[in-house]
Design a protein around this ligand. Structure first.
Ligand SMILES: [Zn+2]
Length: 196
C-alpha cells in the first residue's frame, strides 16, 4: 500500500516537472513571437549585472538586482496560493505560481505594454527584457516560493521585508515601491530614486 502511494506521488511530481518545463518553453516561444531579444544587445556574457538604474544592461542578462524582486514574487505567490488554493498540495500551488509568473513575464514584455511604457516614461530606448532575463526571473520566482515554503508564513514575512529594505538601501527601488509608483507615481520618490 505504502509503496504504491509513493509511486503515485513520484509520478505526480514527474508530471508537475514536465508541466513546469512546458510552461517555461511556452513563455519563451511567446516572447520570441513578440520579437524580444535573447540576450543583451551589447553581446557581453556576464551572467549577473550589478546595475539597476539608467543602465542598458539591466534586464538584459540572466540576473541583476531586480532578480530579488522576482524572488519576492515567489514569496507572495506562496502566500496567495496558500489562501486561494488551500485545498491543493503545495507542489500544485508551486505550479500555479510558476504559471502566473510566466504569464506576467509575457504580459510585461508584450509590445502593447512596452509601447505604453515608452510613451508614459519617455524612455525611448526601452525595448523590454531579454528572453534569458525572463527565464532568470522565472527561476528567481521558483526559488522565492521554495524559500517561503521552507520558512513558513511568519518567517517568510520577515524575509520579505528584510529583502525590501535591503533593496531600498541598495538600489532605491523594490517590489512594493514598484507597485506604488505604478499605481500612484510620487514626484518626491522619483527624485529620490534619480539620486541613485
Ligand atoms: Zn550587457
Amino acid at each position: 500500500m505504502e509503496s504504491s502511494e509513493v509511486t503515485v506521488s513520484s509520478k505526480q511530481n514527474l508530471l508537475l516537472l514536465l508541466l513546469t518545463v512546458a510552461v517555461t518553453v511556452l513563455m519563451v516561444i511567446l516572447l520570441c513571437v513578440q520579437d524580444r531579444i535573447w540576450w543583451c544587445k551589447f553581446g557581453d556574457y556576464a551572467i549577473y549585472i550589478n546595475e539597476a538604474w539608467n543602465n542598458s544592461h539591466t534586464s538584459q542578462h540572466l540576473f541583476d538586482p531586480y532578480t530579488f524582486t522576482h524572488i519576492l514574487h515567489g514569496v507572495m505567490f506562496f502566500w496567495l496560493a496558500g489562501v486561494i488554493f488551500s485545498r491543493l498540495k503545495v507542489n500544485w500551488q508551486f505550479f500555479i505560481a510558476i504559471s502566473a509568473e510566466a504569464a506576467w513575464e509575457v504580459f510585461e514584455n508584450s509590445n502593447f505594454i512596452i509601447e505604453k511604457y515608452r510613451k508614459n516614461t519617455a524612455s525611448v530606448d526601452y525595448f523590454g527584457d531579454s528572453i534569458f532575463n525572463s527565464v532568470g526571473d522565472l527561476a528567481a520566482c521558483a526559488v522565492g516560493f521554495w524559500i517561503a515554503f521552507k520558512l513558513g508564513w511568519r518567517r517568510s514575512l520577515v524575509f520579505f521585508f528584510a529583502v525590501e529594505i535591503a533593496l531600498l538601501l541598495w538600489i532605491r527601488d523594490s517590489l512594493v515601491l514598484n507597485i506604488v509608483m505604478l499605481i500612484f507615481p510620487l514626484e518626491a520618490i522619483k527624485e529620490w530614486q534619480m539620486l541613485a
